[in-house]
Design a protein around this ligand. Structure first.
Ligand code: SF4
Length: 398
């Protein structure tokens, strides 16, 4: 295996530390790959710096093995929530194409895949169709539906067909206190596998657990990826956005990193963060797409305003029931049908203004269908209460 070529480092201690960690990670990956377990590997690849480094090290180990020992297939899996920041999803799709092409040229057992949420669970079907309020820290309905479930489905398929699967993740203790605590609780180390928190016969492996931010960047700046000439695009993306990525979230324990207040690349519609600092970073850095990005930024701000105004929401929940808090105050329901229609009109305008498609034809049809059913339910409720007491309380219905 080629030794680390970290030549331009001002701090010799940092260089020695990175070389040591790099060697440890290569060793851990090689040992596990050759361990005799027959299960395929799934590399969780978001296109961000950690998963890029994870994939690069995995690839380097695989390429260093004689052909007859490359017996485990490696799936490189990205996820598209369908509301990803446009530059990030562009980068993810481009690199997945490059990875697939170069792996095929070199006859490496690497397959790329892009997972997506089920049509019934996309951001727009839930917000415009069902009237879910854009996610908050306490009502973060999106992560499971748009990130965890699509990847879990792929893992379940592999477990069924291959008897098991190993999920490689780029998670690192030093990412945040939350991450450190979650990894500690699960007993995650850089050399051992852990059982997946919800999937049987699926294990997780985090060989970069001990890497610091600085280590990751130093390696990426010094070593070219095997599938392209350099990491220049990735580095520029981070530089312009001034932040980190919303990682490929695979378990509920990982979820706190998705939609936090740190500057992350996540969904452009993410209303869990107070301010989308990565979009704003790209806009203020004068990115060539700043015009389009500004429109997206404004739309996101408008979604937050809509969410914060109770007048935009039904006084009953989707099932028609009223829910009260302990103090007797009412828990508001989803957006009213009128507000959902307004969001759709404004999204249509955004599509016209930017020349981009945000909503697929299938999503539009599904939204129409949900609206029709909601309208019928509402009419039935009104008719029911009118029949019960001859005096339907219109204010208690959506
Ligand atoms: S980035 Fe935000 S909107 Fe997207 S899945 Fe994460 S929390 Fe939800």
């Amino acid at each position: 295996m080629e030794q680390a070529r970290l030549v331009v480092l001002s701090d010799p201690h940092a260089a020695a530390r990175v070389i040591e960690r790099l060697k440890a990670a290569h060793d851990a990956i090689r040992t596990e790959y050759l361990s005799g377990r027959p299960y395929p590997w799934v590399v969780a690849y978001s296109g961000g710096k950690d998963s890029t480094l994870l994939l690069q090290l995995t690839w380097e180990v695989l390429a260093s093995l004689p052909e007859e020992k490359r017996h485990r297939r490696i799936y490189v899996v990205g996820n598209d929530t369908l509301v990803e920041s446009p530059l990030v999803i562009g980068h993810l799709k481009k690199t997945l194409r490059e990875i697939g092409a170069v792996a095929a040229e070199n006859a490496l057992p690497i397959t790329t895949q892009l997972t997506k949420p089920h049509i019934d669970q996309t951001f727009w079907v839930n917000v415009i169709g069902r009237g879910y309020i854009p996610p908050t820290r306490n009502f973060r309905w999106c992560t499971d539906r748009m990130k965890i479930h699509p990847t879990n489905q792929l893992l379940e398929r592999l477990v069924r067909s291959e008897g098991g699967a190993v999920l490689l993740v780029g998670t690192r203790r030093s990412e945040s206190d939350n991450r450190r605590r979650a990894m500690q609780k699960r007993g995650v180390t850089a050399t051992e596998m852990n059982a997946h928190s919800s999937l049987d016969r699926c294990w997780m492996f985090a060989p970069l657990a001990d890497f610091d931010d600085e280590d990751v960047w130093l390696v990426l700046m010094q070593r070219s990826p095997p599938w392209a000439n350099s990491h220049r695009d990735l580095i520029t993306l981070y530089k312009n956005a001034g932040g980190g990525e919303c990682p490929l979230v695979l378990t509920k324990e990982d979820a706190p990193s998705c939609g936090t207040t740190s500057p992350r690349f996540g969904c452009w519609t993410c209303t869990v963060v107070k301010k989308d600092r990565s979009l704003r970073g790209l806009i203020t850095s004068g990115h060539e797409d700043a015009g389009v990005l500004s429109r997206l930024f404004e739309f996101r701000e408008w979604l937050v305003e809509l969410r914060e105004d109770n007048n935009n929401r039904q006084r009953v929940r989707r099932d028609g029931n009223v829910r009260l808090r302990r103090d007797g105050s009412r828990v508001m329901g989803p957006f009213t049908l009128e507000v959902r229609r307004r969001i759709l009109r404004r999204l249509d305008r955004l599509e016209r203004e930017t020349g981009q498609q945000f909503l697929s034809v299938a999503e539009r049809e599904l939204i129409d269908d949900i609206w029709r059913r909601d309208q019928v339910s509402r009419e039935c409720r009104v008719a029911f209460w009118a029949a019960v007491d001859g005096n339907a309380d219109a204010s208690a219905t959506p």
